[in-house]
Design a protein around this ligand. Structure first.
Ligand SMILES: NC(=O)c1ccc[n+]([C@@H]2O[C@H](COP(=O)([O-])OP(=O)(O)OC[C@H]3O[C@@H](n4cnc5c(N)ncnc54)[C@H](O)[C@@H]3O)[C@@H](O)[C@H]2O)c1
Length: 298
């Protein structure tokens, strides 16, 4: 049985562990958190999982490593130094990082050729995408192996041609979230109406066709060129940017709407997962190539 070491048992690590475990991998989880045993018993019940505070021990003998520790360069550098020292040549060391450059995480690391970003969307066990981002030192074999593993897990790995902070998904998300915050701060819309507005429009649209595909349709038979000339030419307003000093008030509004704490988190995650599962089946994931052909990709 192939062995995966998951580094970090937080939001993302636990979900990766469930995904690998369900696909038949032997899962090892490493995290210094004192409640690691309780987390494993509660969130990974029924899976073959070994949990340890000792990263070196968890890494030894692994066939694949998926790191999901804190989003801090210094901590990632330390974790990857340990991983490099305790894994065999050829073992992929993939980081779930949302934004950090692989070249920075791999700085001075003797296994830089094995380090690659494998960035999921939350929760990895349900969302199809994994962004595969090589740094300049990442080997072609590492990219190939990581891509194969994610495909075997039923994911849609998309390989970026080169590294850039935030990759593609989170650069798009940053622009979008900044504007959402700005609109709430300006008193244009409240938090829950903005969420409903997006779910009922862009969210649903983008689950079925991408923004360029949508542009091709929005112009009618004349295509995106017509949309850009006709509607796009009038979108000349300044979009503004959120006031960092006012972020606290927006966070207060989000907390008032959705709550915080274990119970609120579990209940919201259950709602998201139920809806996501329902939406995934008719979208033909995880067979995106068949779906894309139907969608008119040449
Ligand atoms: N939360 C998201 O939506 C999301 C989505 C995609 C990717 N990511 C990325 O995944 C990674 C994990 O994010 P998260 O949201 O699960 O964070 P989290 O805070 O929920 O979990 C991080 C875990 O790492 C553990 N940790 C701390 N030091 C460690 C060490 N030295 N070795 C092993 N584990 C250690 C912490 O105890 C904690 O349990 C980050 O790089 C983040 O950017 C997050």
């Amino acid at each position: 049985m192939a062995v995966v070491t998951i580094v970090g048992a937080g939001v993302i690590g636990v979900s990766w562990a469930r995904l690998f475990g369900a696909a038949g991998w032997e899962v090892r989880v490493s995290d210094p958190r004192p409640d690691l045993a309780e987390v494993v018993a509660r969130d990974l019940a029924g899976l073959e999982v070994t949990a340890t505070h000792d990263l070196a021990a968890a890494a030894t003998g692994a066939d694949f490593v998926q790191e999901a520790g804190p989003e801090r360069t210094d901590i990632k550098e330390q974790m990857f130094a340990t991983l490099a020292a305790h894994t065999a040549d050829g073992v992929v060391l993939a980081s779930s990082s949302s934004s950090l450059l692989p070249s920075v995480i791999a700085r001075g690391n003797p296994a830089a050729d094995r380090i690659v970003i494998g960035h999921p969307f939350n929760p990895p066990e349900l969302m199809p995408l994994v962004e595969v981002v090589p740094g300049p030192q990442t080997s072609a074999a590492t990219v190939q192996r990581a891509t194969e593993v994610y495909r075997e897990l039923g994911k849609l790995p998309i390989r970026l041609k080169k590294e850039i902070p935030g990759f593609v998904g989170n650069r798009l998300q940053k622009v979008f979230n900044d504007q959402a915050t700005y609109l709430v701060q300006q008193g244009v819309v409240d938090v829950t109406d903005l969420d409903d507005l997006v779910r009922a429009s862009l969210g649903l649209r983008w689950a079925t066709i991408g923004p360029f595909q949508s542009g091709a349709l929005g112009g009618g038979p004349a295509g995106m060129r017509h949309l850009v000339e006709h509607v796009g030419s009038q979108l000349t307003f300044e979009i503004g940017s959120p006031d960092p000093a006012g972020l606290g008030a927006v966070l207060d509004a989000v907390e008032a709407a959705y709550g915080t704490g274990e119970e609120a988190y579990r209940s919201l995650a259950e709602l998201r997962d139920r809806r996501t599962r329902g939406a995934l089946a008719p979208l033909d994931w995880p067979e995106p190539l068949a779906g894309a052909a139907e969608g008119g990709r040449k």
